[in-house]
Design a protein around this ligand. Structure first.
Ligand SMILES: *Cc1c(COP(=O)(O)O)cnc(C)c1O
Length: 418
């Protein structure tokens, strides 16, 4: 593929410079459409909540609004971005294990619709701030269901030491927290939330999660009188990075979740009225491409390096957790492969390697290397390491390109320095 939305990658690199982050807007729209269309049920209400930490900027949030989705934020900064994008704050879910008092105040002032409380102290802080005011907020409680799923495996454990949520084994503590909210006029307790991991390929992990959450909701009602009528299942749906990945199609995973939810709900007299999911990666990952210009080529006894003009500063995932990516040389996709290259960034870290080994045609200085599937946790995890300015972000659609985040200049870089 030498082009995207009828614009060549080379032309984009020429026009905007490199490193550059490009999103295929049509692809973003397809994914949003797929989730909103497929996550629907005749018997329960449903919400698709975009986890904005995967990629957040005003243009992205406006797309989310356009598709009628809710938004998940985990910090004052993500909340502020949504607010400035004109997003309807009543559709925001505010997550995080350590929301500061100032962030809680900000959420109340901006009219955030739902807060997902993580722990007892956080519950108490919210109540301290909200009681006796005119604010109203809906509350979910994050629970730890003892299911952990990452990539190809999920495990059901009694893992009780997660930093997130209250363990489901701790029923008394959960009942204590929900009672606090039931007893407050300014809060309405809605239900429980769990998020079991990321890049999950196994639909069965979600089926297990639904069963556990529904059974738990029924048990808490029966034994403690806790009113749980909503269940939020979190995100974690996998994306396609390389040909080793086989993500479950959106329609299948949505159907599996809702089918199980409907079955389980029958067993508990339709106690659950609303089911939510929070996809992040699976909406934005495959729509994103990182473009780099190749600099020097270097041969060592066992490796052939191609150096690029970005690296861990714009995509830390390979260094952070050995994430694997596919890439190609723009305009030369059909050429015969010449050798296996190691794609290394320009940061001063031996670990700054974007791709350990990839077969490419003979790479020349000046070539544009395009890395696929960089749309999630790439720009959002970018840093200023080595004082590299953040790349520009461009959306392309129907032969048109538009900048949604400007490239940083050196002056931007030092703009806060005295
Ligand atoms: C990170 C996160 C998500 C999104 O996870 P993805 O793997 O990007 O789908 C959803 N909900 C919560 C609470 C999260 O922390």
């Amino acid at each position: 593929m030498s082009e995207i939305a009828n614009i060549s990658f080379k032309a984009l690199a020429e026009k905007y410079g490199t490193p550059l982050v490009v999103y295929d807007e049509e692809k973003l729209r397809e994914r949003l459409q797929a989730f909103t269309e497929n996550f629907k049920s005749d018997s329960v209400k449903t919400d698709v909540i975009y986890a904005s930490k995967a990629f957040s900027c005003k243009a992205m949030i406006q797309l989310i609004q356009e598709y009628g989705c809710c938004l998940d934020v985990v910090s004052g900064g993500e909340l502020y971005t949504a607010y400035k994008a004109g997003f309807d704050c009543s559709k925001i879910f505010f997550h995080g294990n350590n929301k500061t008092p100032a962030e809680i105040r900000m959420a109340l002032e901006l009219g955030v619709g739902t807060i997902v409380i993580d722990n007892v102290m956080e519950a108490e802080e919210l109540l301290r701030q909200i009681e006796g005011t005119d604010y109203q907020i809906r509350v979910f409680l994050r629970v730890n269901p003892g299911i952990e799923a990452h990539t190809h495996q999920y495990i059901v454990t009694a893992h009780v030491d997660s930093k997130f949520g209250i363990s489901m084994l701790d029923e008394k503590e959960i009942a204590y927290v929900t009672d606090l909210f039931e007893g407050c006029d300014n809060t309405s307790f809605a239900g429980i939330h769990a998020h079991i991991g990321s890049q999950i390929f196994d639909g069965q992990a979600y089926v297990e999660l639904v069963r556990k959450m529904f059974a738990f909701a029924a048990k808490m009602k029966k034994e403690y009188g806790v009113n749980i009528d909503s269940v939020n299942l979190g995100g974690g749906f996998a994306a396609y990075y390389t040909n080793a990945d086989h993500p479950i199609p959106v329609d299948e995973v949505c159907a599996a979740i809702l089918r199980t939810a409907e079955e389980e709900n029958v067993k508990i007299n339709h106690q659950i009225k609303r089911v939510c999911i929070e996809p992040g990666r699976s909406i934005v990952a495959e729509a994103g491409y990182n473009l780099y210009r190749v600099g020097y080529i270097k041969k060592t006894p066992n490796r052939l390096y191609a150096f690029v003009d970005g690296g861990m500063s714009d995509n830390i995932r390979p260094a952070l957790y050995q994430a694997e990516y596919d890439a190609f040389i723009a305009g030369r996709e059909d050429e015969e492969k010449h050798a296996d290259y190691t794609i290394a960034g320009k940061c001063c870290e031996s670990g700054d390697i974007l791709i350990q080994s990839i077969a490419l045609p003979e790479v020349h200085t000046g070539d544009i290397l395009v890395m696929r599937t960089t749309g999630a946790y790439g720009y959002s995890m970018a840093s200023h390491y080595n004082k590299l300015p953040l790349p520009a972000v461009v959306f392309v659609k129907d032969g048109e390109d538009r900048v949604v985040i400007e490239r940083e200049s050196y002056d931007h870089l030092i703009s806060l320095e005295k």
